[in-house]
Design a protein around this ligand. Structure first.
Ligand code: EPU
Length: 346
């Protein structure tokens, strides 16, 4: 699509049902789609929507809307992939923030560039990925992230953020904290390896490879296996509304971990990189507390993965939030663990 620098069309009272993967029916006071940074800057300079907050939306795959949104919702569709640097071993691939994350993974895998193949099929856009340092199957985007470009909404200057400025942590970044609401991410660059860097140790990857008789996997094999595992556990938002993991996996001190492991022998747990803390799967606590497969009207907890809350059709955001609050209370009562939401609640 040619780059447009004209002011994009703005709609009023616009349904967001198609723009959030929970499929919740709420309305945005104003809604627009931008295909270039220039067009958004033109909109800002026109000044017409300066009286309302601007809320940026990527794939809408990490938001639970519990009310209509009194804001200008800006859907980022800034597209394009480009190799901006290349040597014998690596490429630096730049992606528009509005590209689908999974399209980026497919593009990298097709070109045999390694580093993000374990992150296949994660819903959402490239621009949303650094916000919460998306991760799966032993890989996070911080591992291949090179830098990003973002429009400073105060100065209207495009700033470059290197990895160390992004304060990446487990589902965390600068853009969820100090940088929140201050920037529009326009492009993200990844340093990918021309030599395959195969990671099979996490979850079921190795078991599925063994079952298929694959002893020397390529990066396409890894991405195919991850897709297969995800499809078997996680509901497809096109069929059942959801936002992936609703809560973060709780991380506790080693003393607290000892308490849990001795009280609940067999509880799965994972060491946390560069720390003595231990991470426990929230899905395990939720299942043990009896919530897996729970359903109240159209709101519920997925039957195959207790960490995923679902909308079977016409649930409201509030109905889903009520279940989330009940889950939190019951996990706290049973295990003394406070779950934190991963999804942004609006
Ligand atoms: N478990 C249960 N019952 C459940 C679900 C999980 O007992 O209903 C236990 C099992 O012991 C299982 C363990 O939890 O072995 C881990 O489950 P799983 O491999 O499904 O991963 P997860 O820890 O629940 C995390 C990420 C996912 C990511 C997977 C795979 C978070 C919050 N979630 O889930 O990311 O796909 O690992 O790497 O860290 C997302 O962020 O939206 C997301 C889907």
């Amino acid at each position: 699509m040619p780059k447009s620098n004209s002011v994009p069309q703005v709609f009023e009272n616009y349904s967001l049902k198609e723009y959030n993967t929970f499929g919740i029916e709420v309305k945005a006071q104003y809604f627009t789609i931008i295909s270039s940074l220039e067009s958004y800057v033109a909109l800002l300079k026109a000044g017409q929507y300066a009286h309302v907050p601007h809320l940026f939306l990527g794939g809408g795959s990490n938001i639970l809307c519990t009310q209509d949104i009194d804001a200008l919702v800006v859907k980022n569709e800034i597209k394009g992939f480009e190799v901006i640097q290349e040597d014998e071993d690596h490429v630096i691939l730049r992606s528009g923030a509005g590209e689908s994350w999974d399209d980026l993974v497919s593009y990298a895998v097709q070109h045999q560039w390694s580093g993000i193949e374990n992150l296949a099929l994660i819903p959402g856009t490239v621009g949303a990925a650094p916000m919460q340092n998306i991760g799966a199957y032993g890989v996070e985007i911080k591992d291949t992230f090179d830098h990003l470009e973002a429009l400073n909404l105060g100065t209207l200057v495009v700033e470059r953020f290197e990895k160390n400025q992004c304060q990446f942590g487990y589902r965390e970044s600068y853009f969820k904290h100090e940088g929140k609401g201050k920037y529009l991410i326009s492009t993200v660059c990844f340093k990918l390896s021309k030599k395959p860097n195969i990671k099979t140790s996490y979850g079921a990857i190795q078991t599925v490879l063994n079952a298929k008789g694959i002893s020397n996997p390529t990066i396409s094999d890894i991405s195919n296996v991850v897709i297969e595992i995800r499809k078997s556990k996680l509901p497809d938002p096109k069929e059942i509304g959801n936002s992936g993991s609703f809560f973060k996996n709780p991380t506790v001190t080693s003393e607290e971990a000892d308490r849990l492991i001795s009280s609940f022998p067999g509880i799965p747990n994972y060491p946390v990189e560069a720390s003595t803390d231990i991470k426990f799967p929230a899905g395990w606590f939720i299942e043990q507390a009896g919530w897996k497969g729970f359903r109240d009207g159209d709101a519920g907890v997925h039957v195959n993965q207790a960490l995923v809350l679902v909308n079977y059709g016409h649930a409201t955001g509030i109905q889903i939030l009520v279940i989330a609050e009940k889950i939190k209370a019951s996990v706290f009562e049973k295990f003394g663990i406070s779950l934190e939401t991963e999804v942004n609640i609006y």
